[in-house]
Write a protein of this length. Structure first.
Lengths: 197, 92, 534
């Protein structure tokens, strides 16, 4: 018996496997979306090593590290949330989802602080290629964080209505996979912009 | 629907701790001047972190071959677009 | 089917919302087909206008700027709004679940969303026509970053259209992996499915790159970032690398589904098993794979490094191999077969002939020395029209004629179909064969004017375009007439062995009364007779 009419043509196990494949396919598209930007980064880093060296000092290594830790913690909370609902613990799921969303908001808050600080120092996307890359890549990543917050928020609402249990938590799991991917991208963005001189 | 292995909380906390340690390490190394090795070390640590996230948080370690294929194939094409573009820009 | 009153099957339910909010893959396929066919006509009109302008050099029928807009719109509309989505999202949506014995695709709601995202993209593109594009469909920087045309809006429109393509590919990949009927092993899949699977891989991997390309172009215009602008340290060739990393594989998105259709039609109308099933199946994967390695062959004269030139030229020749495998296997299938020439087969044979032609001319373009002379000439224009129109469009028309009875429950008029086919075939060759000659004699593409020595062949080409238009028109008349006055179609008018012919014509919403269990491949023509259906 499927809970979901739109999956009436698949049994529960099939639907779960399909959803998992579906999200991994979507993540594959995201790898290539960011991939173009990583390609541009490499091309320009090799072309302007001096610019990259000088400009990266304008970035706040500590804030970047804090944001990295924030995202890592948010990956933990979403993973714990999924582990919880697999054991049927609906309340814990809601707690962990809320924490994840909160941490995501903190990440965006710190990003906001960083960006406004750059603008205050006269550093804009059109200042030079390094800052073009910085703003575009962290900006696109930030949009993905925001989208993730909305998706997780939706999942939280559904959790509030008791939609999930130890028998069915597919939307939570696939949202979690997306969220971990957002963390993954930042794991590379952080050293590429903040750490490598 | 249920995974054959019951995932406890412990493994996630352990991975989280490992990620924090690696983050601290990569920040620390960035204060040293190792020339080109700075890039190499930073990327190696980032890849280690990424592997932890992918294998454990994203469950890849316990997935079947099909999911592994879907996860790795895009990396191949990412390398391809970088390599193809560099075959032009590096040799002009 | 033995029902006395004709069942309308999936077409039964009426009302705008039953179509606009449908989750039925067949209805979504029909929506895509109607939309893409509309833009085929729109793009065709732009093409006819281009040919009228080119009949007489120096004649100001319309300004050079308008001419630039026309060829940009012709290319963009044909490529993004017709050729890329038509077979995959149109025929693919309708027939993939039927061919694999499934009730629907894996994610029906994402399927519906993909259609409305497509429509949204069209809306944004149309909105950009306030200041229409004059850059050519390739949107090269720096001009595209600086032109007064509304490139920003258009970029978002194409991003949305690309998103639709990605979601379709994603849906098909998961569907083919997870929803095959019991007993439908990979080597019992119809070859159209192998073609669609390979296509979906390309859609998922390549389209995001063009997505980021257009996002960056929009940002270059909006925020002054300079990735592609030499005055800011950027590189216009970077745009071209990103653009062609998608746009080369996308020609395989265009051709692989069409080749899949040919692989279905040829055995049915030769009454013979397909020759070299595995070779054809794996050649689809090979084409998709190799197709990712050759994008630089669009950039040989752009200023790319000699190293890259040599690598890309060398790799380009490999993609001919799996393509040739298909052509040889189709011909071997027909050898000693019982060939009949109903309209699907006429188009399928036309495909083999015209696409081979187009593909062979690719050899001259892949070779560095000849490319220097032929790049940006009418030779290129002829090459891609032979492959995209003589190939994909003809394959699409073969599929439409083949599957029209299944989709509509009615037969087309074979007389009208043959008339349309003949005029299309003649008109196409008159239009585009002449352009090979124009090209290697030196006529550049995308110029509103040309030296007088080229006028003769240009007149011939334009007259050809009128014959072609007439053929297409007759074909559309046949489609419309068929919908309202076509003879009722049996479930299996062509006596095919693939699963869709076991469903009614038109199929019910659930496709099959019971999911079939598969015990054999669908090409055993000499060995078994299909169920005779009424």
């Amino acid at each position: 018996m499927s809970d979901h009419p739109s999956h009436a043509h698949m049994d529960a196990a099939q639907a779960y496997e399909a959803a998992k494949l579906g999200i991994w396919t979507f993540l594959a598209t995201e790898v290539l979306l960011f991939g173009g930007l990583f390609t541009a980064y490499i091309v320009f880093r090799l072309k302007f090593p001096q610019m990259f060296h000088e400009d990266h000092f304008h970035l706040n290594r500590i804030l970047g590290a804090v944001n990295t830790i924030v995202l890592i913690c948010s990956s933990l909370t979403v993973a714990l949330g999924i582990a919880a609902i697999r054991k049927g613990k609906q309340h814990l799921l809601k707690v962990y989802l809320s924490l994840t969303i909160l941490l995501a908001a903190v990440f965006l808050g710190i990003k906001y602080v960083e960006w406004t600080e750059k603008f205050a120092h006269g550093l804009f996307p059109d200042t030079d290629v390094f800052f073009s890359l910085y703003f575009v890549m962290t900006g696109l990543h930030g949009l993905h964080v925001l989208a993730g917050m909305l998706v997780l928020g939706g999942v939280l609402v559904l959790a509030g209505r008791g939609k999930f249990s130890e028998h069915y938590s597919t939307p939570v799991e696939i949202s979690g996979l997306y969220w971990h991917f957002v963390d993954l991208v930042w794991i590379y963005l952080f050293p590429l912009f903040y750490l490598i001189g | 629907m249920e995974k054959a292995h019951g995932t406890g909380y412990g493994i996630y906390v352990a991975v989280w701790a490992g990620l924090l340690v690696l983050t601290a390490a990569t920040v620390a190394v960035s204060y040293l001047d190792l020339g080109l090795m700075n890039v190499v070390v930073a990327l190696l640590i980032a890849s280690a972190k990424a592997s932890l996230v992918a294998l454990f948080f994203m469950h890849l370690k316990f997935e079947n071959r099909l999911v592994w294929t879907f996860a790795l194939v895009p990396i191949f094409f990412l390398v391809l677009i970088i390599g193809g573009t560099l075959s032009d820009t590096l040799f002009r | 089917m033995t029902e006395a009153g004709r069942s309308l099957g999936y077409l039964e339910e009426k009302g705008f919302l039953s179509w606009a909010l449908t989750l039925d893959h067949k209805r979504i396929g029909v929506l895509y087909l109607l939309t893409t066919l509309l833009f085929f006509l729109v793009g065709g009109v732009f093409g006819l206008l281009i040919r009228i302008k080119l009949m007489v050099p120096g004649q100001q029928i319309f300004s050079d700027h308008v001419y630039n807009v026309l060829f940009t719109l012709h290319g963009s509309v044909m490529i993004f709004l017709f050729i890329i989505p038509a077979i995959p999202s149109g025929l693919g949506n309708f027939f993939i679940p039927l061919l694999i014995g499934a009730k629907d695709v894996a994610f029906p709601r994402i399927n519906l969303a993909s259609y409305w995202i497509f429509v949204a993209g069209i809306g944004v593109i149309v909105a950009s026509l306030v200041r229409p594009m004059d850059t050519g469909w390739t949107f090269y920087t720096p001009y595209s970053a600086k032109t007064a045309a509304n490139v920003t809006l258009l970029s978002f429109g194409i991003f949305l259209v690309g998103m639709s393509s990605i979601l379709t590919g994603l849906n098909f990949l998961v569907t083919i992996h997870k929803l095959r009927a019991p007993g439908m092993t990979w080597h019992r899949l119809p070859l159209f499915i192998w073609g669609m699977y390979s296509t979906s891989v390309i859609q998922v991997v390549a389209t995001p790159v063009v997505g980021i390309t257009f996002l960056l172009l929009a940002m270059e215009r909006l925020f002054g970032i300079g990735f592609f602008d030499p005055s800011k340290g950027g590189d216009p060739l970077l745009f071209q690398h990103f653009f062609w990393f998608y746009s080369h594989p996308v020609v395989y998105v265009m051709i692989l589904p069409a080749m899949g259709i040919i692989s279905e039609v040829v055995p049915v109308f030769s009454r013979k098993p397909i020759f070299g099933y595995k070779a054809i199946a794996y050649s689809s994967l090979a084409i998709a794979f190799i197709g990712f390695f050759v994008w630089g062959h669009h950039m040989f004269v752009s200023g790319m490094s000699k190293t890259a030139n040599i690598i890309f030229s060398f790799l380009t020749f490999f993609v001919a191999v799996p393509t040739a495998v298909k052509v040889f296997n189709w011909i071997a299938t027909m050898y000693k077969g019982s060939i009949t020439f109903e309209s699907p087969m006429l188009y399928a044979l036309t495909f083999i002939f015209l696409f081979t032609f187009g593909g062979l001319t690719g050899m001259f373009l892949g070779a560095l020395a000849t490319n220097v002379h032929l790049h940006d000439t009418y030779f290129i224009v002829a090459h891609f029209h032979y492959t995209m129109m003589g190939g994909t469009v003809v394959g699409f028309l073969a599929g439409l004629h083949y599957w029209f009875p299944k989709m509509t429950g009615r037969m087309l008029s074979e007389k009208l179909a043959r008339a349309g086919w003949l005029l299309t075939f003649i008109g196409f060759n008159v239009t585009f064969l002449t352009q090979f000659f124009l090209g290697f004699r030196g006529m550049p593409r995308r110029w509103a004017e040309y030296p007088p020595q080229f006028q003769g062949l240009n007149i011939v080409s334009t007259v050809g375009s009128w014959i072609l238009a007439l053929g297409i028109l007759i074909m559309f008349v046949n489609f419309v007439r068929g919908l309202y006055a076509g003879k009722p179609a049996p479930a299996n008018p062509w006596k095919g062995l693939t699963l869709e012919w076991q469903a009614a014509s038109p199929p019910s919403t659930e496709n099959f009364e019971a999911i079939p269990v598969i015990t054999d491949w669908p090409y055993g023509y000499a060995k078994r007779k299909p169920e005779s259906n009424e």
